[in-house]
Design a protein around this ligand. Sequence first.
Ligand code: FES
Length: 320
Amino acid sequence: MTVTLITVEIREKSVLAQDIAGLELVAADGKPLPSFTAGSHIDIHLQDGVIRQYSLCNDPSETHRYCLGVLRETDGRGGSEAVHQLDVGECLEISDPRNHFALSDKAEHSLLIAGGIGITPILSMAQALHANCTSFELHYCARTKERMAFREDLQASEFSERVHLHFDDGDEDQKFDIAGLSQAPDPGTHLYVCGPAGFMDAVLDAVHKGWPSEAVHREYFAVDPPAMDSDDRAFKIKVASTGEVVDIPADRVAIDVLEEMGFDIPKSCEQGICGTCITKVLEGTPDHRDYVLTDEEHAENDQMTVCCSRAHSDLLVLDL
Ligand code: FES
């Protein structure tokens, strides 16, 4: 499967906060970039085949640039470190924007919640909601002021009265009341959360009982590497286009086995968070292990992330 890439040039690089670099990317050929919707991310292709996803944080009405905020993760897999080494004038290959964290057109009020670098898609959402004159409030939590990217931009924005900043090292009374989210929301309120896994889990735990699942939207940046469960079972995948049946052993990941068999399935995060490897399921019941599809999409069982998900049924027929 061929993926078309866009060549972009780094037009500007800045320090947004401690350990957070800002990059402004423009098309190397000077043409407009593909349009995007709030909550979208792009893949950045780095050296040695490393691919990383970063959310677009600029106003989605812009097509002359893509803006990113990238946190240097010292205990990460090296991608963010490589991005921090990039310089103005360098060219990069990126994917078209994709969106697995879109704003709902059913929302009458949006509660945007960002933890740390999770502000990037949330910032784009705030700009889109403001432009559409749609009701929203934004809660942004960071460890310290020094670690809070876009703080001054948010305080100077036209929607600054909707923005609430919370600091871990500040007074108790300014901290974000995650437990308060457990109360049922007003009808028509949708919640969007993005941030570190522990922060997201706390928010999602709080809203678990009181909120309708279709009103809760989340995007993970990174999760703990998928661990093989000792209860994982073997299953078979039938490739619809050829009829070939492939055995997936209990200790192997489907995409790895399919790759060895010569099937080229696009992949990126290999953690079930980016959606690159989503593949249509024509028959059988997947055992969803991803963080990118919604509960409703999981229930439909007509697509799966083959980088981490498995099967409840003995056989899956995939549209490959
Ligand atoms: Fe990212 Fe599968 S490669 S979800």
